[in-house]
Design a binder for this molecule. Structure first.
Ligand code: HEM
Ligand SMILES: *[C@@H]1O[C@H](CO)[C@@H](O)[C@H](O)[C@H]1NC(C)=O
Ligand SMILES: *[C@@H]1O[C@H](CO)[C@@H](O)[C@H](O)[C@H]1NC(C)=O
Length: 317
């Protein structure tokens, strides 16, 4: 009897330890140490999005590209140094990711009210949420307590960030490799309801693919030549590019996805029904998007005494 009881205490401690280890992030992490953090970040994000709507899209994407490369650890923000090549010039990021000046402004505002408290990785997670809200999307409670990496990986950015040329099976396994489900993949791809893409990322689709609506392909070709003009921009959602709605999915159902990878989500495969569902049920999309953002934000955070709290998001302390 006594032996059994001792054993059940062991089990209790074991499960408690697991619960603590997997729940290290918390929404109240800065409640005492930086109660003004949310308000400060939100006002900078709203100002930036008011100035340029696209900035909301760019900030959301920064969090994604941070999380998919060795976890949500602020690594994407590190500048190259003479002895170190960061992630900014890796193929998915070079001449593409943006918003670093907004993150710098947020960080310097926070350093003025609570020095070296709020991590750059958490700033990205909060700015992503505030950006979605600023463009008319849903809100959610952001988990916090991530710390910042002291390294970044050019090669992992090249290999871990999903490619616009990928087919559905590859996209599903890219997400699965990060602990995210196919449901998360479809819901998170709804982020492409805002923002822009460069000609180089969709040229083959608009000239050579057959599952694209003809009039959309023709109109996109006028701003994306078959050679040259790599950096010319078109909206990922041609209809409501500055509004966080479900037009992304309505587009897919009508063969109006911009990227090859977008249209793959609705191309006769296992994910068609989820796309159709979101195209006709905005609140279902919002509910799943919120849950998927929290899942993505939980990818391998640095916590406890790992990593550091950077003073400047562009460099290690
Ligand atoms: C499913 C795999 C994904 C692929 C293959 C992909 C690929 C791309 C590509 C090629 C662009 C255009 C980049 C450029 O031309 O400079 C882009 C833009 C964007 N992506 Fe994704 N993406 C994916 C998932 C996501 C996710 C999960 C999010 C966020 C939750 C996201 C958010 C965005 C946003 C907001 C933009 C527009 C950025 C801006 O205008 O600055 N993407 N994506
Ligand atoms: C990044 O883009 C710049 C400007 O187009 C180019 O000169 C540079 O070679 C690119 N870097 C890498 C690593 O591809
Ligand atoms: C379209 O396909 C043809 C034939 O394979 C190829 O020569 C051409 O470069 C492709 N065009 C684009 C824009 O990808």
């Amino acid at each position: 009897m006594a032996h059994l009881r001792a054993q059940s205490y062991h089990f209790l401690f074991f499960f408690l330890a697991i619960a603590i280890a997997s729940a290290q992030l918390s929404p109240s992490f800065y409640d005492k140490s930086c109660p003004g953090a949310f308000r400060s970040i939100r006002s900078a994000v709203y100002a930036a999005v008011l100035k340029e709507h696209r900035m909301g899209a760019s900030l959301l994407r920064l969090h994604f590209h941070d999380c998919f490369v060795n976890g949500c650890d602020g690594s994407v923000l590190l500048d190259d140094t003479p002895t170190f090549t960061g992630e900014k010039t890796a193929a998915p990021n070079n001449n593409s990711i943006r918003g670093f000046e907004v993150i710098d402004t947020i960080k310097s505002n926070l350093e003025a009210i609570c020095p070296q408290v709020v991590s750059c990785a958490d700033i990205l997670a909060i700015a992503a949420r505030d950006s979605v809200v600023a463009l008319g999307g849903p809100t959610w409670t952001v988990q916090l307590g991530r710390r910042d990496a002291t390294t970044a990986s050019f090669s992992d950015a090249n290999s871990n960030i999903p490619k616009p040329t990928s087919d559905l099976s590859t996209l599903i396994s890219d997400f699965s490799n990060k602990g995210l489900s196919a449901t998360d993949l479809i819901a998170l791809s709804g982020a492409h309801t805002i923002g822009q893409a460069r000609c180089t990322t969709f040229r083959t689709r608009i000239y050579n693919e057959t599952n694209i609506e003809t009039s959309l392909a023709t109109s996109l070709q006028s701003n994306c030549p078959s050679t040259g003009g790599d950096d010319k921009l078109s909206p990922l959602d041609a209809f409501t590019p500055n509004s966080f709605d479900n037009y992304y999915y309505k587009n897919l159902v009508n063969s109006k996805g911009l990227l090859h990878s977008d249209q793959q989500l609705y191309s006769g495969g296992s994910t068609d029904s989820q796309v159709t569902g979101y195209s006709s049920d905005l609140s279902k999309f919002y509910a799943d998007f919120k849950a998927a953002m929290i899942n993505m934000g939980n990818i391998s955070p640095l916590t406890g005494t790992s990593g550091e709290i950077r003073k400047n998001c562009r460099k290690t302390n």
